[in-house]
Design a binder for this molecule. Sequence first.
Ligand code: SF4
Length: 243
Amino acid sequence: MSAKETLPPVGGERVGARRERAARIVAALHEAYPATRIALDSGSPFQLLVAVILSAQCTDERVNQVTPALFEAYPDASAMAQAPLEHLEQLVQPTGFFRQKAKNLLAGAQRLVEVYGGEVPDTVEELATIPGAARKTANVVVAECFPDNISGIAVDTHVQRVARRLGLTRSWETPKIEADLLRFVERGEWRWLTHLLIDHGRAVCKAPRPLCEVCPEPIAGECPSRGRAAGVRGRDTRGARSG
Ligand code: SF4
């Protein structure tokens, strides 16, 4: 979809009705993607934080190819805080933007050691102060590692596109999209929603052309864009995550 794409309106849908429709969509997504999970490999909150930082502008598959050697050399914040910058750059080079990412990883590990005793904080607000970890990264780490503290929903390019097409939001702006999803989706599903929308975006509701003809009926039947969002190229056609 592009910024110019006009999606069909979810005409006159009241808040309660949209919540009910959102619940049906989430249930259908669970049915379609029963094994949904985060695609990044990690063995601790610290390693997940690192993997999510590396996934900016990079595919999860590429990150998973890089992190085994990185975590073998620097398994925790204390170890990474002592790493030579050049070695970090070398290890994360295949993920792109490697100089900035290595710099952030080093500064982030040092901040974790200095401020949090080497542990990863368990709130979005604290996590968002770690170099390289914007709100989306913080939301992912809290959802996966500290679900009792969940307060947000990570929005990437797939979530943005699929949520818009499904009529769960009308916005292009990440903060507004997140606010709409928080408003219309039950809290117990916040943890899963990002992965479900990413799975659906990769498998069926693709950019630039959604495969509406093979979209499971329980999802397509709730979608105001069914058969109407095809063939439009635009700014969210990347396969990699952003932000
Ligand atoms: S019906 Fe089409 S636009 Fe709607 S969710 Fe399915 S693939 Fe996406």
